[in-house]
Design a protein around this ligand. Structure first.
Ligand code: ZN
Length: 97
C-alpha cells in the first residue's frame, strides 16, 4: 500500500437507533445506523413502522397525522361536495333554459 493516501481502517462500534450495538471495521470513527438486523422487519418477522430517530414524529408535526382511513374519508367528502356542486349547476342551467 502506498503511504499517506489510505484512510485509517479501524475497529468501530456501530450504534443503531433501536439501541443495538455491534463491532465492525470502518474508516469512520463511529457509525450511527437507522436500522439494523435486530430491528428490521425482514429479520424480526414483524411488520411495523419503525420510527427512525423521530422521523415519523417530525412528519406528523409538519403535515398532520395521516392514515389511510382518514384519506378515504377525505376523498369521500370531496366527491360528495363535487356531486352536490354538479347538481346545483344542472339546476341553474335548467332554470335559465
Ligand atoms: Zn436496530
Amino acid at each position: 500500500m502506498k503511504e499517506g493516501i489510505h484512510p485509517k481502517y479501524q475497529e468501530v462500534e456501530a450504534r443503531c437507533a433501536c439501541g443495538n450495538t455491534f463491532k465492525t471495521r470502518s474508516t469512520k470513527p463511529e457509525l450511527h445506523l437507522e436500522i439494523c438486523s435486530a430491528c428490521h422487519p425482514f429479520f424480526t418477522g414483524r411488520q411495523k413502522l419503525i420510527d427512525t430517530e423521530g422521523r415519523v414524529e417530525r412528519f406528523t408535526k409538519k403535515f398532520g397525522a395521516q392514515t389511510s382511513e382518514q384519506r378515504k374519508i377525505a376523498e369521500k367528502a370531496a366527491k360528495a361536495t363535487k356531486a352536490t356542486a354538479a347538481k346545483q349547476t344542472r339546476k341553474t342551467t335548467t332554470a335559465t333554459a
